[in-house]
Design a protein around this ligand. Structure first.
Ligand code: PLP
Length: 449
Protein backbone atom coordinates (compact mmCIF):
# COMPACT_ATOMS: atom_id res chain seq x y z
CA UNK A 1 0.00 0.00 0.00
CA UNK A 2 1.37 3.40 -0.95
CA UNK A 3 2.07 6.06 1.66
CA UNK A 4 -0.83 8.14 0.32
CA UNK A 5 -3.34 5.32 0.35
CA UNK A 6 -2.30 4.37 3.87
CA UNK A 7 -3.42 7.75 5.20
CA UNK A 8 -7.05 7.21 4.29
CA UNK A 9 -9.27 4.22 3.53
CA UNK A 10 -10.92 6.21 0.75
CA UNK A 11 -10.27 5.10 -2.78
CA UNK A 12 -11.95 6.55 -5.83
CA UNK A 13 -13.67 3.25 -6.55
CA UNK A 14 -15.64 3.28 -3.31
CA UNK A 15 -17.23 6.64 -4.09
CA UNK A 16 -17.93 6.33 -7.79
CA UNK A 17 -19.61 3.22 -9.18
CA UNK A 18 -20.75 4.29 -12.66
CA UNK A 19 -19.02 5.91 -15.60
CA UNK A 20 -19.47 9.68 -15.25
CA UNK A 21 -21.91 10.98 -16.13
CA UNK A 22 -24.01 7.94 -15.22
CA UNK A 23 -27.12 7.02 -17.22
CA UNK A 24 -29.58 9.15 -15.23
CA UNK A 25 -27.23 12.14 -15.19
CA UNK A 26 -26.64 11.81 -18.92
CA UNK A 27 -30.38 11.78 -19.64
CA UNK A 28 -30.96 14.91 -17.55
CA UNK A 29 -28.06 16.77 -19.15
CA UNK A 30 -29.51 15.97 -22.58
CA UNK A 31 -32.92 17.42 -21.57
CA UNK A 32 -31.18 20.47 -20.09
CA UNK A 33 -29.22 21.14 -23.29
CA UNK A 34 -32.47 21.73 -25.19
CA UNK A 35 -34.10 24.15 -22.77
CA UNK A 36 -31.55 25.76 -20.40
CA UNK A 37 -29.21 28.62 -21.30
CA UNK A 38 -25.81 27.39 -22.48
CA UNK A 39 -24.13 30.42 -20.84
CA UNK A 40 -23.51 28.72 -17.50
CA UNK A 41 -19.79 27.93 -17.16
CA UNK A 42 -20.20 24.27 -16.23
CA UNK A 43 -16.92 22.39 -16.00
CA UNK A 44 -18.02 18.79 -15.42
CA UNK A 45 -21.26 16.80 -15.47
CA UNK A 46 -22.33 16.64 -11.82
CA UNK A 47 -26.11 16.19 -11.52
CA UNK A 48 -27.19 16.64 -7.92
CA UNK A 49 -29.53 14.30 -6.13
CA UNK A 50 -29.04 15.33 -2.50
CA UNK A 51 -26.41 16.43 0.01
CA UNK A 52 -25.58 16.12 3.69
CA UNK A 53 -22.79 18.06 5.37
CA UNK A 54 -19.75 18.06 3.10
CA UNK A 55 -21.01 15.22 0.90
CA UNK A 56 -23.27 15.21 -2.13
CA UNK A 57 -24.78 12.40 -4.20
CA UNK A 58 -25.56 12.45 -7.89
CA UNK A 59 -28.70 11.01 -9.46
CA UNK A 60 -26.90 7.72 -10.18
CA UNK A 61 -25.95 7.21 -6.53
CA UNK A 62 -22.30 8.31 -6.81
CA UNK A 63 -20.95 10.05 -3.71
CA UNK A 64 -18.70 13.12 -3.81
CA UNK A 65 -16.84 15.16 -1.26
CA UNK A 66 -17.89 18.72 -1.95
CA UNK A 67 -15.04 21.21 -1.65
CA UNK A 68 -16.78 23.74 -3.87
CA UNK A 69 -19.93 24.15 -1.73
CA UNK A 70 -22.01 25.64 -4.53
CA UNK A 71 -19.34 28.35 -5.10
CA UNK A 72 -18.70 29.04 -1.40
CA UNK A 73 -22.42 29.18 -0.60
CA UNK A 74 -23.18 26.11 1.54
CA UNK A 75 -21.26 27.50 4.50
CA UNK A 76 -22.96 25.31 7.09
CA UNK A 77 -22.83 22.21 4.88
CA UNK A 78 -25.61 20.73 2.80
CA UNK A 79 -29.03 20.61 4.39
CA UNK A 80 -27.90 21.45 7.93
CA UNK A 81 -30.86 20.28 10.06
CA UNK A 82 -31.07 23.55 12.00
CA UNK A 83 -31.07 25.60 8.79
CA UNK A 84 -33.72 23.35 7.26
CA UNK A 85 -35.84 23.64 10.43
CA UNK A 86 -35.49 27.44 10.42
CA UNK A 87 -36.60 27.63 6.78
CA UNK A 88 -39.51 25.23 7.38
CA UNK A 89 -40.59 27.21 10.43
CA UNK A 90 -40.57 30.44 8.43
CA UNK A 91 -42.39 28.80 5.49
CA UNK A 92 -45.16 27.64 7.80
CA UNK A 93 -45.84 31.28 8.72
CA UNK A 94 -45.59 33.10 5.34
CA UNK A 95 -43.53 32.89 2.15
CA UNK A 96 -43.44 36.54 1.10
CA UNK A 97 -44.73 39.96 2.04
CA UNK A 98 -42.42 42.30 0.00
CA UNK A 99 -40.02 44.95 1.15
CA UNK A 100 -42.86 47.49 1.40
CA UNK A 101 -43.70 46.02 4.82
CA UNK A 102 -41.98 45.01 8.03
CA UNK A 103 -41.38 41.63 9.66
CA UNK A 104 -39.50 40.26 12.63
CA UNK A 105 -36.84 38.15 10.88
CA UNK A 106 -35.68 41.01 8.65
CA UNK A 107 -35.26 43.41 11.57
CA UNK A 108 -33.58 40.71 13.66
CA UNK A 109 -31.15 39.94 10.82
CA UNK A 110 -30.31 43.64 10.36
CA UNK A 111 -29.70 43.88 14.13
CA UNK A 112 -27.45 40.81 14.06
CA UNK A 113 -25.47 42.15 11.10
CA UNK A 114 -25.15 45.51 12.89
CA UNK A 115 -23.70 43.72 15.92
CA UNK A 116 -21.15 41.81 13.82
CA UNK A 117 -20.20 44.35 11.14
CA UNK A 118 -16.56 45.51 11.08
CA UNK A 119 -17.37 49.23 10.67
CA UNK A 120 -16.87 50.11 14.35
CA UNK A 121 -19.90 52.40 14.23
CA UNK A 122 -23.66 51.95 13.69
CA UNK A 123 -24.64 50.42 10.35
CA UNK A 124 -27.78 49.83 8.31
CA UNK A 125 -28.60 47.01 5.88
CA UNK A 126 -30.29 46.87 2.49
CA UNK A 127 -31.56 43.40 1.52
CA UNK A 128 -31.63 41.78 -1.91
CA UNK A 129 -31.16 38.31 -3.41
CA UNK A 130 -27.65 38.03 -4.79
CA UNK A 131 -24.10 39.27 -4.72
CA UNK A 132 -24.42 41.32 -7.87
CA UNK A 133 -27.47 43.16 -6.52
CA UNK A 134 -25.65 43.85 -3.26
CA UNK A 135 -22.83 45.40 -5.31
CA UNK A 136 -25.27 47.43 -7.46
CA UNK A 137 -26.84 48.85 -4.30
CA UNK A 138 -23.39 49.72 -2.94
CA UNK A 139 -22.47 51.55 -6.17
CA UNK A 140 -25.75 53.44 -6.27
CA UNK A 141 -25.40 54.41 -2.62
CA UNK A 142 -21.83 55.63 -3.16
CA UNK A 143 -22.85 57.77 -6.13
CA UNK A 144 -25.91 59.09 -4.32
CA UNK A 145 -24.14 60.23 -1.17
CA UNK A 146 -20.92 61.54 -2.70
CA UNK A 147 -22.40 63.14 -5.82
CA UNK A 148 -19.35 61.72 -7.63
CA UNK A 149 -19.57 59.35 -10.58
CA UNK A 150 -16.23 57.59 -11.02
CA UNK A 151 -15.03 54.38 -9.38
CA UNK A 152 -11.82 52.44 -8.94
CA UNK A 153 -11.81 48.65 -9.30
CA UNK A 154 -9.11 45.97 -9.50
CA UNK A 155 -7.85 43.83 -12.34
CA UNK A 156 -8.82 40.24 -11.64
CA UNK A 157 -11.79 41.36 -9.57
CA UNK A 158 -15.17 39.69 -9.74
CA UNK A 159 -18.25 41.52 -8.53
CA UNK A 160 -21.13 40.11 -10.57
CA UNK A 161 -22.62 40.18 -14.03
CA UNK A 162 -25.20 42.99 -14.12
CA UNK A 163 -24.19 46.14 -16.00
CA UNK A 164 -22.88 48.03 -12.95
CA UNK A 165 -21.02 45.21 -11.24
CA UNK A 166 -19.89 43.85 -14.62
CA UNK A 167 -18.09 47.14 -15.26
CA UNK A 168 -15.74 46.09 -12.42
CA UNK A 169 -15.58 42.38 -13.18
CA UNK A 170 -12.31 41.55 -14.88
CA UNK A 171 -11.30 38.06 -13.91
CA UNK A 172 -12.12 36.45 -17.29
CA UNK A 173 -12.38 37.82 -20.81
CA UNK A 174 -15.58 35.84 -21.52
CA UNK A 175 -17.43 37.71 -18.77
CA UNK A 176 -16.97 40.98 -20.70
CA UNK A 177 -17.00 39.91 -24.33
CA UNK A 178 -20.14 41.04 -26.16
CA UNK A 179 -21.52 43.27 -23.42
CA UNK A 180 -19.85 46.66 -23.88
CA UNK A 181 -20.83 49.34 -22.94
CA UNK A 182 -21.27 48.56 -19.27
CA UNK A 183 -21.52 51.28 -16.60
CA UNK A 184 -19.04 54.04 -17.50
CA UNK A 185 -16.49 55.59 -15.17
CA UNK A 186 -14.68 52.54 -13.78
CA UNK A 187 -10.87 52.53 -13.80
CA UNK A 188 -9.01 49.33 -12.97
CA UNK A 189 -5.68 49.12 -11.16
CA UNK A 190 -3.65 45.96 -10.46
CA UNK A 191 -4.47 43.83 -7.42
CA UNK A 192 -1.33 42.96 -5.46
CA UNK A 193 0.00 39.52 -6.34
CA UNK A 194 2.89 38.29 -4.25
CA UNK A 195 3.48 35.18 -6.34
CA UNK A 196 3.54 37.04 -9.64
CA UNK A 197 4.82 40.51 -8.70
CA UNK A 198 4.00 43.27 -11.14
CA UNK A 199 6.36 45.76 -9.53
CA UNK A 200 9.88 44.34 -9.32
CA UNK A 201 11.57 44.42 -5.95
CA UNK A 202 8.68 46.20 -4.21
CA UNK A 203 6.06 45.42 -1.60
CA UNK A 204 3.25 44.71 -4.08
CA UNK A 205 0.57 46.23 -1.85
CA UNK A 206 2.44 49.49 -1.34
CA UNK A 207 3.38 49.66 -5.02
CA UNK A 208 -0.27 49.38 -6.07
CA UNK A 209 -1.17 52.14 -3.62
CA UNK A 210 1.65 54.36 -4.83
CA UNK A 211 -0.35 56.56 -7.21
CA UNK A 212 2.80 57.86 -8.85
CA UNK A 213 3.64 54.29 -9.92
CA UNK A 214 0.10 53.43 -11.08
CA UNK A 215 -0.29 56.97 -12.43
CA UNK A 216 -3.80 56.80 -11.02
CA UNK A 217 -4.85 60.25 -9.90
CA UNK A 218 -2.02 62.12 -11.62
CA UNK A 219 -2.78 61.13 -15.22
CA UNK A 220 -6.38 60.31 -15.93
CA UNK A 221 -8.72 60.04 -12.94
CA UNK A 222 -9.35 63.19 -10.89
CA UNK A 223 -9.61 61.92 -7.32
CA UNK A 224 -12.30 64.51 -6.58
CA UNK A 225 -14.61 62.70 -9.04
CA UNK A 226 -14.15 59.24 -7.49
CA UNK A 227 -17.12 58.04 -5.42
CA UNK A 228 -15.64 54.75 -4.20
CA UNK A 229 -13.00 52.06 -4.45
CA UNK A 230 -14.52 48.57 -4.75
CA UNK A 231 -12.20 45.83 -3.50
CA UNK A 232 -12.30 42.17 -2.51
CA UNK A 233 -10.33 41.86 0.75
CA UNK A 234 -9.17 38.47 -0.58
CA UNK A 235 -9.52 38.34 -4.35
CA UNK A 236 -11.75 35.36 -5.22
CA UNK A 237 -12.45 34.51 -8.86
CA UNK A 238 -9.21 36.28 -9.81
CA UNK A 239 -7.12 33.56 -8.16
CA UNK A 240 -7.66 33.47 -4.36
CA UNK A 241 -5.06 36.18 -3.86
CA UNK A 242 -4.34 37.24 -0.29
CA UNK A 243 -3.01 40.82 -0.35
CA UNK A 244 0.12 41.72 1.60
CA UNK A 245 -0.34 43.10 5.12
CA UNK A 246 -0.77 46.83 4.94
CA UNK A 247 -2.56 46.85 1.59
CA UNK A 248 -6.12 47.25 2.83
CA UNK A 249 -5.07 49.70 5.54
CA UNK A 250 -3.18 51.69 2.90
CA UNK A 251 -6.26 51.67 0.69
CA UNK A 252 -8.33 52.93 3.62
CA UNK A 253 -5.87 55.79 4.17
CA UNK A 254 -5.82 56.65 0.45
CA UNK A 255 -9.64 56.79 0.39
CA UNK A 256 -9.70 58.97 3.50
CA UNK A 257 -7.16 61.33 1.98
CA UNK A 258 -9.35 61.91 -1.09
CA UNK A 259 -12.84 61.69 0.43
CA UNK A 260 -13.48 58.39 -1.38
CA UNK A 261 -15.67 55.64 0.08
CA UNK A 262 -14.19 52.17 0.59
CA UNK A 263 -16.49 49.31 -0.43
CA UNK A 264 -15.38 45.85 0.71
CA UNK A 265 -16.93 43.13 -1.42
CA UNK A 266 -17.21 40.26 1.08
CA UNK A 267 -19.65 38.28 -1.04
CA UNK A 268 -17.21 35.36 -1.25
CA UNK A 269 -14.83 36.07 1.65
CA UNK A 270 -17.43 37.00 4.28
CA UNK A 271 -19.40 35.07 6.90
CA UNK A 272 -16.57 33.03 8.38
CA UNK A 273 -15.03 31.81 5.13
CA UNK A 274 -11.51 33.11 5.91
CA UNK A 275 -11.49 32.18 9.59
CA UNK A 276 -12.84 35.56 10.69
CA UNK A 277 -16.43 36.70 10.33
CA UNK A 278 -15.32 39.18 7.63
CA UNK A 279 -12.01 39.02 5.77
CA UNK A 280 -11.23 42.73 6.26
CA UNK A 281 -10.98 41.98 10.01
CA UNK A 282 -7.68 40.17 9.34
CA UNK A 283 -6.19 43.61 8.78
CA UNK A 284 -8.39 45.61 11.17
CA UNK A 285 -9.82 47.68 8.33
CA UNK A 286 -13.32 49.19 8.58
CA UNK A 287 -14.95 49.71 5.17
CA UNK A 288 -17.67 52.32 4.63
CA UNK A 289 -19.85 49.86 2.76
CA UNK A 290 -19.70 46.06 2.66
CA UNK A 291 -21.49 43.58 0.42
CA UNK A 292 -22.55 40.10 1.53
CA UNK A 293 -24.31 37.16 -0.16
CA UNK A 294 -23.23 33.53 -0.83
CA UNK A 295 -22.42 31.92 2.56
CA UNK A 296 -24.85 34.15 4.45
CA UNK A 297 -27.92 32.13 3.47
CA UNK A 298 -26.43 28.59 3.56
CA UNK A 299 -27.94 28.19 0.06
CA UNK A 300 -30.96 30.48 0.31
CA UNK A 301 -30.64 33.45 -2.09
CA UNK A 302 -29.83 36.53 -0.07
CA UNK A 303 -27.61 39.56 -0.60
CA UNK A 304 -27.02 42.45 1.77
CA UNK A 305 -25.47 45.87 1.35
CA UNK A 306 -24.25 47.00 4.76
CA UNK A 307 -23.25 50.65 5.17
CA UNK A 308 -22.33 53.00 7.94
CA UNK A 309 -25.60 54.45 9.20
CA UNK A 310 -24.48 58.01 8.52
CA UNK A 311 -24.08 57.02 4.87
CA UNK A 312 -27.13 54.83 4.28
CA UNK A 313 -29.53 57.09 6.18
CA UNK A 314 -28.98 59.67 3.43
CA UNK A 315 -30.99 57.54 1.01
CA UNK A 316 -34.43 59.10 0.62
CA UNK A 317 -37.62 57.06 0.47
CA UNK A 318 -37.80 55.34 -2.92
CA UNK A 319 -34.13 55.92 -3.79
CA UNK A 320 -33.58 52.16 -3.95
CA UNK A 321 -35.74 49.11 -3.35
CA UNK A 322 -36.88 45.74 -4.67
CA UNK A 323 -39.70 43.22 -4.40
CA UNK A 324 -38.07 40.23 -2.71
CA UNK A 325 -35.46 41.80 -0.41
CA UNK A 326 -35.74 40.48 3.13
CA UNK A 327 -37.60 37.34 2.11
CA UNK A 328 -38.64 35.63 5.37
CA UNK A 329 -37.20 32.20 4.46
CA UNK A 330 -33.88 33.75 3.45
CA UNK A 331 -33.73 35.89 6.60
CA UNK A 332 -34.47 32.84 8.78
CA UNK A 333 -31.71 30.87 7.06
CA UNK A 334 -29.27 33.78 7.40
CA UNK A 335 -30.01 34.30 11.08
CA UNK A 336 -29.41 30.62 11.80
CA UNK A 337 -26.29 30.63 9.60
CA UNK A 338 -24.79 33.55 11.52
CA UNK A 339 -25.61 31.79 14.81
CA UNK A 340 -23.84 28.61 13.67
CA UNK A 341 -20.87 30.42 12.17
CA UNK A 342 -20.37 32.64 15.19
CA UNK A 343 -20.99 29.71 17.52
CA UNK A 344 -18.15 27.57 16.16
CA UNK A 345 -17.77 27.32 12.40
CA UNK A 346 -15.66 30.47 12.07
CA UNK A 347 -13.16 29.03 14.59
CA UNK A 348 -13.35 25.69 12.79
CA UNK A 349 -12.60 27.39 9.46
CA UNK A 350 -9.50 28.96 10.98
CA UNK A 351 -8.27 25.72 12.57
CA UNK A 352 -9.09 23.27 9.77
CA UNK A 353 -7.97 25.82 7.17
CA UNK A 354 -4.53 26.07 8.79
CA UNK A 355 -4.27 22.26 8.80
CA UNK A 356 -5.35 22.14 5.14
CA UNK A 357 -2.73 24.72 4.08
CA UNK A 358 -0.07 22.74 5.95
CA UNK A 359 -1.06 19.53 4.12
CA UNK A 360 -1.04 21.34 0.78
CA UNK A 361 2.43 22.72 1.50
CA UNK A 362 3.61 19.16 2.24
CA UNK A 363 2.19 18.09 -1.11
CA UNK A 364 3.92 21.06 -2.77
CA UNK A 365 7.28 19.61 -1.60
CA UNK A 366 6.57 16.46 -3.64
CA UNK A 367 4.81 18.24 -6.52
CA UNK A 368 6.75 21.02 -8.26
CA UNK A 369 3.67 21.73 -10.41
CA UNK A 370 2.19 23.41 -7.34
CA UNK A 371 3.76 26.83 -7.66
CA UNK A 372 1.96 28.55 -4.82
CA UNK A 373 -0.25 27.60 -1.88
CA UNK A 374 -2.21 30.53 -0.49
CA UNK A 375 -5.33 31.41 1.39
CA UNK A 376 -6.93 32.17 4.70
CA UNK A 377 -9.28 29.95 6.65
CA UNK A 378 -11.17 27.78 4.21
CA UNK A 379 -10.61 30.06 1.20
CA UNK A 380 -7.56 28.31 -0.21
CA UNK A 381 -5.96 28.04 -3.64
CA UNK A 382 -3.07 26.18 -5.23
CA UNK A 383 -1.64 27.74 -8.37
CA UNK A 384 -0.52 25.08 -10.85
CA UNK A 385 2.48 25.97 -12.97
CA UNK A 386 5.03 24.61 -15.39
CA UNK A 387 7.72 23.42 -12.95
CA UNK A 388 10.50 24.85 -15.14
CA UNK A 389 9.15 28.17 -16.43
CA UNK A 390 6.55 28.75 -13.69
CA UNK A 391 4.08 29.78 -16.40
CA UNK A 392 0.46 29.14 -15.38
CA UNK A 393 -0.51 25.53 -16.21
CA UNK A 394 -4.10 26.09 -17.31
CA UNK A 395 -4.54 22.71 -19.02
CA UNK A 396 -3.18 20.87 -16.00
CA UNK A 397 -5.55 22.81 -13.76
CA UNK A 398 -8.56 21.89 -15.93
CA UNK A 399 -7.43 18.27 -16.00
CA UNK A 400 -7.02 18.14 -12.20
CA UNK A 401 -10.55 19.49 -11.71
CA UNK A 402 -11.91 16.88 -14.13
CA UNK A 403 -9.93 13.99 -12.64
CA UNK A 404 -10.94 15.03 -9.12
CA UNK A 405 -14.59 14.89 -10.19
CA UNK A 406 -14.10 11.41 -11.64
CA UNK A 407 -12.57 10.32 -8.35
CA UNK A 408 -15.35 11.81 -6.21
CA UNK A 409 -14.12 15.27 -5.25
CA UNK A 410 -15.90 18.44 -6.38
CA UNK A 411 -13.54 21.36 -6.99
CA UNK A 412 -13.60 24.57 -9.02
CA UNK A 413 -10.84 26.68 -10.51
CA UNK A 414 -10.14 30.41 -10.40
CA UNK A 415 -7.59 32.78 -11.90
CA UNK A 416 -5.68 31.27 -14.81
CA UNK A 417 -4.56 27.98 -13.28
CA UNK A 418 -5.56 27.93 -9.62
CA UNK A 419 -7.49 25.08 -8.03
CA UNK A 420 -9.60 26.57 -5.28
CA UNK A 421 -10.90 24.93 -2.14
CA UNK A 422 -13.97 26.43 -0.47
CA UNK A 423 -15.60 23.58 1.42
CA UNK A 424 -18.38 23.99 3.96
CA UNK A 425 -17.05 25.64 7.11
CA UNK A 426 -17.96 22.63 9.28
CA UNK A 427 -15.55 20.15 7.68
CA UNK A 428 -13.17 18.15 9.86
CA UNK A 429 -9.47 17.47 9.44
CA UNK A 430 -10.38 13.96 8.35
CA UNK A 431 -12.45 15.46 5.49
CA UNK A 432 -9.30 17.37 4.55
CA UNK A 433 -7.31 14.12 4.64
CA UNK A 434 -9.86 12.50 2.31
CA UNK A 435 -9.73 15.48 -0.05
CA UNK A 436 -5.92 15.43 -0.03
CA UNK A 437 -5.91 11.75 -1.02
CA UNK A 438 -8.34 12.37 -3.86
CA UNK A 439 -6.47 15.52 -4.95
CA UNK A 440 -3.11 13.79 -5.07
CA UNK A 441 -4.54 10.98 -7.18
CA UNK A 442 -6.17 13.56 -9.49
CA UNK A 443 -2.91 15.45 -9.84
CA UNK A 444 -0.96 12.34 -10.73
CA UNK A 445 -3.62 11.22 -13.24
CA UNK A 446 -3.75 14.69 -14.82
CA UNK A 447 0.02 14.75 -15.17
CA UNK A 448 0.01 11.31 -16.79
CA UNK A 449 -2.43 12.45 -19.51
N1 PLP B 1 -18.78 39.56 -5.53
C1 PLP B 1 -17.93 38.54 -5.36
C2 PLP B 1 -16.66 38.77 -4.60
C3 PLP B 1 -18.21 37.28 -5.87
O1 PLP B 1 -17.34 36.27 -5.70
C4 PLP B 1 -19.43 37.09 -6.57
C5 PLP B 1 -19.75 35.77 -7.15
O2 PLP B 1 -18.94 34.90 -7.31
C6 PLP B 1 -20.28 38.18 -6.73
C7 PLP B 1 -19.94 39.41 -6.20
C8 PLP B 1 -21.57 38.04 -7.49
O3 PLP B 1 -22.47 37.26 -6.76
P1 PLP B 1 -23.75 36.62 -7.46
O4 PLP B 1 -23.28 35.53 -8.36
O5 PLP B 1 -24.59 36.13 -6.31
O6 PLP B 1 -24.43 37.71 -8.21
Amino acid sequence: MSEVAAKSPITPARRIHTALPGPKARALIERDAAVVSPSYPRDYPFVMSHGRGAEVWDVDGNRFLDFAAGIAVCSTGHAHPEIVAAIKGAADRFLHISSDYWHEAQVALAEKIAALAPMREPVMSFFCQSGTEAVEAALKLARYVTGRSRFIGFLGGFHGRTMGSLAFTSSKYTQQQGFFPTMPGVTHVPYPNRYRPLFAGADQGQAVLDTSRTCLFACNVPSSEVAAVLVEPVQGEGGYLVPPDGFLAGLRALCDRHGILLIADEVQSGVGRTGKMFACEHWGVAPDIMTLAKGLGSGMPIGVTVAKRRIMEKWKRGAHGNTYGGNPLCCAAALKTLELVEGGYVANAEKVGAYFIERLRELQQRQPAIGDVRGKGLMIGIELVDPVTHAPARQLCDAVITRAFHNGLLLLSCGTSTVRFMPPLMISTSDVDDAMTLLEVALREAQAQ
